[in-house]
Design a protein around this ligand. Structure first.
Ligand code: AMP
Length: 281
C-alpha cells in the first residue's frame, strides 16, 4: 500500500493511475477504523481499479472542542487494517497540508442543513463539505463511498456534487452493526465498560419506533415512546428523534404519502454522542 502525507506526490501518483484508464474509488474517514469503514473499502475495491482511503480528523467539522480533542486516534493500527483489507493507497495529511491558513469558505445548505445534525451541530456540515470538496479536488475519484449511518451527511455531499458539478458517483453503504445492534462507530471506543451495553438503546428505540410506525401509530405518539425508552436507560439522553423524507431531509409529521421515510436518532451515553438511523420500509 502506498502511503502519502502530502498532496503534491499523491496527485502525481494518481495522475499516473488515471493515464492508464483505471478508475479511482475514494473512502474518506477520520480513522479509528472498524468493520463499517472496511465495508466501504470492500465496496470500492469491487468497483474500482484503485482504492484510496483518507484518514484525516477534520477540525472544521467539530463544533465541540472536547469532542475533537478526545476523538480516538490510532494511525498505526489503521494503516495495518487498510493494508490487510487490500486498500491500495492511504492519504493521511497533517492539518497544515489541508488548511494552509484559516478557511473563509462557508457552505449553507438551507433546509437540508438546518435540521437534525445541522441544527444540533452548528457549522458541522459546512466543515464536512469543505474538507470533502478539498479531497474531491485533490483526488478526483470516479466513485466515492459513504456510510448510511451518516445519512444527512450523504445528502449534503450529494448537494455539493450536484451544485459544484463534481464528476463523481456517490455510493451509500448500509450501516454495519455490532452483534447487539449498536451501529459501529469510532466514538464507541470512548464508551466505558458500563456505558457500552446502554448504547444499544438508540438502536432498540429505532426498532420500536419503526414497528409502531408500520402499525400506523402517528409520529407524535412514536416520538413520545422513543423519549420514554431512552429516558428509562440510566446515563442515556435523547437529543432528537425525527422521521424525515430521506431524499431532502424534510421532517415529517405524517408518514402517509411520504416516499422513503427515514427514522433518525441522536443522543448521549454519558458524554459520548451517538447517532443512528433506519429506513421505514
Ligand atoms: P468517520 O470516520 O466516522 O467519519 O466515517 C467515515 C465513513 O465511514 C463515513 O462515510 C461513515 O458514514 C462511514 N461509516 C461510519 N460508521 C459506519 C458503519 N457502522 N457502517 C457503515 N459505514 C460507516
Amino acid at each position: 500500500m502506498e502511503i502519502f502525507k502530502k498532496i503534491a506526490p499523491l496527485k502525481a501518483f494518481l495522475e499516473g493511475i488515471r493515464r492508464s484508464e483505471n478508475t479511482i474509488g475514494l473512502v474518506p474517514t477520520m480513522g479509528a477504523l472498524h468493520n463499517g469503514h472496511l465495508a466501504l473499502i470492500n465496496a470500492s475495491k469491487a468497483q474500482n481499479s484503485v482504492t484510496i482511503c483518507t484518514i484525516y480528523i477534520n477540525p472544521t467539522q467539530f463544533n465541540n472542542p472536547r469532542d475533537l480533542e478526545k476523538y480516538p486516534r490510532n494511525i498505526d493500527r489503521d494503516l495495518e487494517l487498510l493494508q490487510t483489507a487490500g486498500c491500495d493507497v492511504a492519504f493521511c495529511p497533517e492539518n497544515a497540508e489541508m488548511y494552509e491558513s484559516k478557511p473563509h469558505l462557508k457552505f449553507d445548505f438551507g433546509s437540508l442543513g438546518n435540521v437534525m445534525e445541522g441544527k444540533h451541530r452548528p457549522g458541522h456540515f459546512s466543515g464536512v463539505a469543505l474538507v470533502v470538496s478539498k479531497l474531491f479536488n485533490v483526488i478526483r475519484p470516479d466513485n466515492a463511498y459513504f456510510g448510511q449511518k451518516d445519512w444527512q451527511q450523504f445528502a449534503i455531499i450529494q448537494q455539493v456534487v450536484q451544485e459544484l458539478k463534481f464528476d463523481i458517483k456517490l455510493h451509500s453503504i448500509p450501516t454495519l452493526r455490532e452483534q447487539d445492534g449498536l451501529a459501529m462507530s469510532s466514538r464507541n471506543l470512548r464508551l466505558s465498560f458500563h456505558e457500552r451495553p446502554k448504547a444499544t438503546v438508540f438502536y432498540k428505540a429505532l426498532l420500536e419506533a419503526r414497528k409502531d410506525l408500520r402499525m400506523g401509530e402517528p409520529i407524535s405518539k412514536v416520538k413520545e415512546r422513543v423519549s420514554e425508552i431512552v429516558g428509562k436507560t440510566a446515563g442515556a439522553s435523547l437529543e432528537y428523534f425525527e422521521v424525515a423524507e430521506s431524499k431532502n431531509l424534510n421532517v415529517l409529521e405524517f408518514v402517509n404519502g411520504a416516499e422513503m421515510p427515514i427514522l433518525c436518532i441522536a443522543g448521549y451515553i454519558g458524554e459520548i454522542r451517538l447517532i443512528d438511523n433506519m429506513f421505514l420500509k
